[in-house]
Design a protein around this ligand. Structure first.
Ligand code: RM4
Ligand code: MN
Length: 486
């Protein structure tokens, strides 16, 4: 798209969510290096997050992590955030820092631990009610270290049971975002290790359950934009946890290790018109002569209707399964999970009948997912990072700018020319069109955008000149500095 006014308007509408924990002290397992002026409570974290928004203009949301951000009055925290121009975003559950969770939380073989974990997840939904949060973000540290340690399949059943209970508790306009991670802290199995597992659970649950892609949670070399494209097609991409990594889950600043990857991811998002809720379709980077002649098919994004293909094949990927419907209706366990048990084996005929019914019933399935789309808002573009050695507020500002640069470049892709080259099988030209956008220096455009928004063109410099860092360093004396995991 070459229409710079439309590019700038899209950039103004695209919002980035900040993690409260990025403002607290953090470190590796070897050392936590404290920083002066670190917030002592969630209110002060919100003050710091508000600074990031103040200088970037596109980060008005702060995610919280419970119990790290436990307060007596969540409505008061929410009001404090609002008074500072931001709002509370995703509520992140923490079922990984308690002795009871040594063998897992919702997948633990001990029902007592599972019960405790579930109670925490439900408490997080109570908190969402108080803060007005849309998203419950679930990441489970559950897994095993040794072959034979526990039953892989039984752990999936336990997970499904807990997720169904939480799902049933979600109110209107609330979503459950399930995050996967390849390994760590467990080293043999992880109970939600990949997007396939997360997607199966989310599909079984229904429209309010979606997958979170944390960019640091894959094996080296994994093509993350492919995953993003597929999740977008299936209407199941709920959000991102952005960060960057060189080796494993490094949680470095997004765009620091691989800005090209970030661009490729955002290219998929822009194409799917999923940059923000209500992103106009023109913004799917359509320009040039080819735009009108080559392929005018409506792009399909997370909350757009899937295209209907003549053979009906595309409906399969969007259709929530029959078991999901029955889970929504009566809490029955998802078919793909029950099918593992002995009871399920005895019941193959019924299962087969079920599948046939599901296939015959795609229209109904579509109708089921429609309200989810209607109630389901857009993708959450969250950061999930730690700043162990660099100052935290400017690091968050830099991260927001890095995301913005990737988005701007993705918006600059000449989609018409790209499609034309693709359809003509012109490999080199198609690649060149994409690379042209990536190689554009978008910093002047972003500086101009900020000035239009009444902001300083260089947010980091403006923050550093503001004296805020010195102010918090002198004021935040006493109390306990907040810390990752503290
Ligand atoms: C996990 C995961 C979660 C985050 C925690 C702190 O690895 O990425 O999103 O809440 O770390
Ligand atoms: Mn994460």
């Amino acid at each position: 798209m070459r229409d710079l006014t439309a590019v700038k308007s899209a950039l103004k509408n695209h919002q980035i969510e900040l993690p409260s924990w990025a403002f607290g002290n953090s470190g590796t397992r070897f050392k936590v290096f404290g920083q002066p002026g670190v917030p002592r409570n969630p209110y002060e974290k919100a003050d710091d997050a508000a600074q990031v928004h103040k200088y970037t203009g596109v980060a008005p949301i702060m995610a919280v992590h419970i119990p790290w951000d436990k307060v007596d009055d969540y409505a008061a925290l929410s009001a404090h955030a609002r008074d500072n121009g931001i709002r509370i975003g995703a509520v992140n559950a923490n079922v990984f820092q308690d002795d009871d969770y040594k063998l897992g939380s919702v997948c633990n073989p001990d029902p007592k631990s599972r019960k405790k974990a579930l109670a925490h997840l439900l408490e997080c939904v109570d908190i969402m009610d108080a803060t007005g949060s849309r998203d419950l973000k679930l990441w489970f540290a559950d897994g095993t270290n040794y072959p034979g340690q526990d039953d892989i399949s039984a752990r999936q059943d336990r997970l499904a049971e807990a997720l169904a209970a939480v799902y049933a508790r979600l109110g209107d306009g609330q979503r459950m975002l399930l995050e996967y991670k390849l390994f760590e802290p467990s080293f043999y199995t992880t109970d939600v290790p990949d997007w396939g597992t997360a997607l199966l659970h989310c599909q079984a649950l229904g429209g309010k359950a979606q997958v979170v892609v944390d960019t640091g949670h894959h094996a080296p070399g994994v093509n993350i934009e492919f995953i993003v494209a597929l999740l977008l097609k299936s209407g199941k991409l709920g959000g991102f946890d952005f960060n960057s990594r060189f080796y494993a889950d490094d949680d470095l600043m997004v765009g620091a290790a691989d800005p090209f990857q970030l661009f490729r991811i955002m290219h998929e998002v822009v194409k799917a018109a999923a940059l923000y809720e209500g992103q106009p379709l023109e913004i799917t980077a359509r320009s040039g002569a080819a735009a009108n002649s080559v392929d005018t098919k409506q792009p399909y994004g997370a909350f757009n209707d899937p295209p209907s293909s003549p053979d009906g094949s595309s409906t399969q990927i969007t259709a929530t399964s029959a078991s999901a419907r029955s889970a929504e209706e009566g809490g029955a366990r998802p078919g793909w999970i029950t099918a593992t048990g002995a009871a399920a084996r005895a019941d193959t005929a019924a299962a087969r009948a079920d599948t046939a019914a599901a296939r015959a019933d795609t229209a109904a399935a579509r109708a089921t997912s429609a309200p989810a789309r209607a109630g389901g808002p857009g993708i959450a573009f969250m950061l999930d990072q730690c700043h162990n050695i660099e100052p935290k507020i400017p690091a968050q500002i830099r991260s927001v700018m890095n995301v913005q640069e990737a988005v701007a470049k993705a918006l600059l892709v000449d989609a018409g020319a790209l499609r034309e080259a693709q359809l003509a099988g012109d490999v080199l030209e198609a690649n060149a069109v994409l690379m042209d956008a990536y190689n554009t220096d978008v910093r002047p455009l972003l500086a101009e955008l900020r000035e239009e928004m009444g902001l300083a063109p260089d947010p980091v410099r403006a923050y550093l000149a503001s004296g805020y860092a010195e102010k918090i360093a002198s004021e935040r004396i006493g109390g306990t500095a907040a810390g990752w995991g503290a």
